[in-house]
Design a protein around this ligand. Structure first.
Ligand SMILES: [Zn+2]
Ligand SMILES: [Zn+2]
Length: 218
């Protein structure tokens, strides 16, 4: 598979584009918030001859859903996320005010719910859905146990896309809309830190890390 990363919107969300050799594509938090970012995403999709199959949201905080309306309009693909975060789509204006983010293109309703144990799969790319509440009630991490060849490299370790559940050297805040510090820490310990130590982590903000380096904080 090929992984391309964009950093979108004033909150610097990492948006990931995962494509296979047929050009089928999974987007993770494609949160482009203005015309320039939207053009960057479309131009990449076009230049690589990609076809967007799925749009996965790690969670539904406003900074992660800013591109959903655009993606649905442009590629005809509805976003998917955990049902426990759906209430956040009704609070987009409140979040916009609270965080000082633009919100003139409201994210539409989800096309599908994802939950613990679900598998999101296209040829060559298989993601296991892991649910960790606490940063938001419906926080999801996507785990790829056998990524195969990635960006031309062989022997790539497992990959994890945890949204804002964990970052390099920290974890998501738990003081927002339905956050829960106890649930967050216990979910991280039981479901993420138990993944293979060499797993490479691609968080929702900031640099990459590994499960091994995050383990020392717990
Ligand atoms: Zn968040
Ligand atoms: Zn975020």
């Amino acid at each position: 598979m090929k992984i391309n990363q964009f950093v979108f919107n004033p909150f610097g969300v990492n948006a990931y584009v995962l494509s296979n050799s047929n050009g089928e594509t999974i987007l993770i938090d494609p949160s482009a918030s203005n015309a320039r970012e939207q053009a960057a995403l479309s131009e990449y999709i076009k230049s690589e001859n990609l076809k967007v199959s799925r749009n996965l949201n790690t969670h539904l905080h406003l900074d992660h859903v800013l591109g959903n309306a655009f993606v649905e309009r442009t590629f005809g693909v509805k976003a998917e996320a955990h049902k426990d975060d759906e209430f956040l789509l009704g609070l987009q204006n409140e979040q916009a005010q609270m965080f000082g983010l633009p919100c003139n293109d409201l994210a539409p309703a989800l096309g599908k719910n994802l939950d613990e144990g679900d598998i999101v799969e296209i040829a060559e790319i298989r993601l296991q859905v892991i649910h960790v509440a606490g940063h938001s009630p419906g926080g999801l991490a996507f785990f790829c146990e056998n990524p195969g060849k990635v960006n031309g490299q062989d022997n790539v370790p497992p990959l994890l896309f945890p949204g804002d559940i964990i970052f390099a050297g920290s974890r998501g805040r738990s003081d927002l809309f339905g956050g829960d510090e106890f649930a967050l820490v216990s979910g991280i310990k039981s479901k993420l830190l138990t993944l293979p130590a060499e797993t490479v982590v691609f968080p929702g903000h900031g640099p990459m890390t590994t499960i091994a380096s995050e383990k020392r904080w717990y």
